[in-house]
Design a protein around this ligand. Structure first.
Ligand code: URA
Length: 442
């Protein structure tokens, strides 16, 4: 086969065969196809799209391009969860323990934060001692003993994706539904779970800001998962305003602890319970979603989900005293209030602007190799629908240096839209997509 012929076929809108796709991914993995041809090929996909058959073949080839995790030694239906990334999205810290407390094993690999979105691994590492790099055997042992373990994503999962993603990133080819879907799903399928719950974020702080495209992405990912023999459900959830009040690593862990005690922000609790209920349905804990919701609520209210979080933390080396007394978490030396310029109702809180402010404060990273300040971030004091008086605090910023605070203060102040009219409250869960149907929600 010749790479330039494959590029021309795709450029001209032809459907590529499985053999052609396998050959490209093989050449990507072994380095025999140069980056300039791979980049051109990715761009033809960006413009020409892919048929379902091509997406299934691409996902399969990428899944097989690296390490695959075998979870078969853990009894029961293993359900994975994936979020497409957001601001203040600490749902894994809450949903994972709820599901584990209901008897469903959670063996999860998560990512670090990049750009304006946070990552579960950084959040967990803000608990002193918590280790997210464990050997495969230790990971499986902890899941068997405690029902839950969350570790960092192995570098070798879907090896071809690493290279393709890096090329897409520097050539303007990230925002393509076939390429996003195959990238995400190849990593999920290689991670070994029997079933997958996808949390596709939509809105200003999400990867996809249009609801229509988010639902399309959800449908494509569900069909890829099902085609690979993994039961897959997607919820399309809101990311126009940040989830909860806390943004930043230890601030989010503290909010997750509060939520595991049943005292969390209403929006965060609602999304976590719905994600957990759908994971329980995938694990066949009950036949009806309504019954799964009851199981999830019970695990939150009776403290068993919090106990699971503690068990996992202890097993991964974390100091559980911080979970029992979140006041022990180190505080950022500077706390900067952002105040309202006028009175009115909060009409919008731009999650992208808040995520970027958090990045500037030190909570996130611009490049993969950067470190993060676990103490840095923001606490929102007002959210959509709240009344605010002129001069009242909208948010508190946590950082270690005045200069980091200046631009973050400007961004945060600009994130709030304030109006005299009572605003419409945002929908939290926009749609639920299954193999059988796609329904709008709420
Ligand atoms: N996340 C991924 O893992 N891949 C993409 O292509 C986009 C987001």
């Amino acid at each position: 086969m010749r790479m330039h012929e494959i590029i021309i076929e795709k450029r001209d809108g032809k459907e590529l065969s499985r053999e052609q796709i396998d050959w490209v991914i093989q050449g990507c993995t072994d380095g025999s196809i140069p980056d300039y041809q791979l980049s051109a090929w990715l761009m033809t996909i960006y413009f020409s799209g892919m048929t379902r058959k091509e997406m299934f073949a691409l996902t399969d080839a990428m899944t097989k391009s690296g390490e695959r995790i075998d979870l078969s030694s853990i009894p029961g239906v293993k359900v994975d969860k994936h979020s497409t990334g957001g601001v203040g999205d600490k749902t894994t810290l809450i949903t994972g323990p709820i599901v584990a407390a209901c008897g469903v094993p959670v063996a999860k690999m998560s990512g670090r934060g990049l750009g304006h979105t946070g990552g579960t691994v950084d959040k967990l590492e803000s608990i002193p001692g918590f280790r997210t790099e464990l050997s495969r055997d230790t990971f499986l042992r902890i899941v068997s003993e405690t029902g839950i373990s969350v570790i960092g994503q192995s570098e070798n999962i879907a090896a071809a994706d690493k290279k393709l993603y890096a090329l897409r990133d520097v050539t303007g080819a990230i925002d393509s539904i076939p390429l996003i879907a195959s990238s995400v799903m190849s990593k999920k399928i290689a991670s070994g779970a029997d079933a997958i719950l996808l949390d596709v974020k939509t809105g200003r702080g999400a990867f996809m800001d249009s609801l229509d495209r988010s639902i399309r992405l959800a449908r494509v990912m569900v069909s890829i998962g099902e085609n690979a023999g993994r039961r897959t459900i997607a919820l399309v959830t809101d990311m126009d305003e940040p989830l909860g009040f806390a943004i930043g690593n230890s601030l989010e862990v503290i909010e997750a602890i509060e939520t595991l005690h049943g005292r969390g922000p209403a929006d965060l609790q609602k999304v976590c319970l719905e994600l957990a209920a759908n994971m329980l349905l995938l694990a066949e804990k009950a036949d009806e979603l309504a019954d799964c919701r009851i199981l999830a609520e019970k695990a939150l209210q009776d403290g068993s989900a919090f106990e699971r979080f503690k068990l996992m933390t202890a097993a991964q080396g974390g100091d559980v005293r911080y979970l029992d007394d979140p006041g022990l978490f180190p505080k950022a030396p500077l706390v900067l209030p952002v105040t309202a310029a006028k009175s009115g109702f909060v009409e919008a809180v731009d999650a992208l602007a808040v995520g970027n402010a958090s990045l500037l404060l030190g909570a996130g990273r611009l490049r993969k190799e950067d470190g993060v300040d676990h103490r840095a971030g923001l606490l929102l004091k007002k959210k959509i629908g709240d009344w605010v008086d002129a001069g009242e605090v909208l948010a508190e910023l946590y950082t270690d240096a005045e200069d980091k605070g200046r631009e973050a203060t400007r961004l945060t102040a600009g994130a709030f839209e304030i109006d005299e009219k009572i605003p419409a409250m945002p929908k939290l869960i926009h749609a639920r997509v299954t193999a059988e149907s796609s329904a709008t929600y709420d």
